[in-house]
Write a protein that binds this ligand. Structure first.
Ligand SMILES: Nc1ncnc2c1ncn2[C@@H]1O[C@H](COP(=O)(O)OP(=O)(O)OP(=O)(O)O)[C@@H](O)[C@H]1O
Ligand SMILES: [Mg+2]
Length: 266
């Protein structure tokens, strides 16, 4: 089952791509879990989850009792001893919400207490991501911030595709180069790029010319309907059939690289 991580500069379209890919795999009949791992995340909205369902979601990092129960230490604690291998296998099913065949798990923000700090909540989240990548039989789509937070050397090989989203403009290209370096540092090899908010052929050429040593999986067109979906709190896949087709081509391109989702066991 493909395990896909999506990164890139703020506002570039990570959640939009994540929601489209989750939708396509769900439509194909696969079990899909979408992970909102962006501290400033909004994946529930991008997936068109109804507000009452979204309201029931507590980010894992805010579950103080759970964190203490599993790690043996209170979140925010400092200089404590705690378990580095907390139990996490029940968390995805217990704390995710599901809508139209897509499960959603929200990680939340980890307050950083200075460089090198290891805190109970980050240990729990990292263990959870490791479990999701290595142990679960479902398509995983992880919506991340511009970086590799929650991933590490132990899980790098389990990431089938690390997709960096860019848009026509120097800032997101610069972020893409930085993020790829961070990914390489922890041993992530299969890094791809998707161009979003592309208006025409010259935008595609601009992106390709500026990222000559990146592998492009495809492009998503600039779409007023994507903005409209955001305004209305609807999923973009319900608003713009063209974007769904473009995202399908991106999923196909990934399969062309050998990352098939195997049929769901009966
Ligand atoms: N192809 C597109 N055409 C037009 N607007 C788009 C497109 N893709 C995304 N957008 C719009 O850009 C904004 C940011 O998109 P999105 O939330 O997917 O980005 P993000 O990278 O997840 O942002 P953040 O870093 O804030 O989480 C939204 O308003 C969205 O509707
Ligand atoms: Mg987002």
């Amino acid at each position: 089952m493909p395990k896909i991580a999506i990164s890139g500069k703020g506002g570039v379209g990570k959640s939009t791509l994540a929601s489209l890919m989750a939708h396509i795999y769900a439509q194909k009949g696969f079990k899909v879990i979408a992970i909102d791992a962006d501290p400033d995340g909004n994946l529930a909205a991008a997936l068109g989850f109804p507000p009452d369902l979204t309201a029931r979601v507590t980010p894992i990092s805010q579950m103080k009792d759970l964190i203490e129960e599993r790690t043996g230490a209170k979140p925010g604690g400092y200089g404590l001893f705690f378990r580095m291998n907390p139990r996490v296998d029940d968390i995805p099913d217990r704390f995710s919400v599901e809508h139209r065949g897509i499960k959603l798990l929200v990680m939340g923000t980890v307050e950083r207490g200075g460089s090198g700090c290891v805190c109970p909540e980050s240990v729990l989240l990292k263990a959870l991501v490791t479990h999701l990548l290595l142990q679960r039989e479902e398509v995983l789509i992880m919506d991340m911030e511009a970086g590799v937070e929650h991933l590490g050397r132990a899980t790098a090989k389990a990431v089938d595709a690390f997709i960096i989203v860019v848009e026509p403009g120097q800032r997101s290209l610069q972020t893409a180069r930085t993020v790829r370096r961070l990914a390489a540092d922890i041993g992530i090899e299969r890094v791809f790029v998707v161009g979003n908010k592309v208006r025409d052929q010259s935008d595609r050429e601009f992106l390709r010319e500026n990222l000559p040593d990146f592998t492009f999986l495809g492009f998503l067109s600039y779409s007023p309907l994507a903005l409209e979906a955001d305004k209305q709190g609807k999923a973009v896949f319900d608003m713009d059939a063209n974007l769904v087709e473009e995202a399908r081509a991106i999923v196909d391109a990934l399969e062309g690289k050998g990352f098939y989702a195997s049929p769901r066991p009966e």
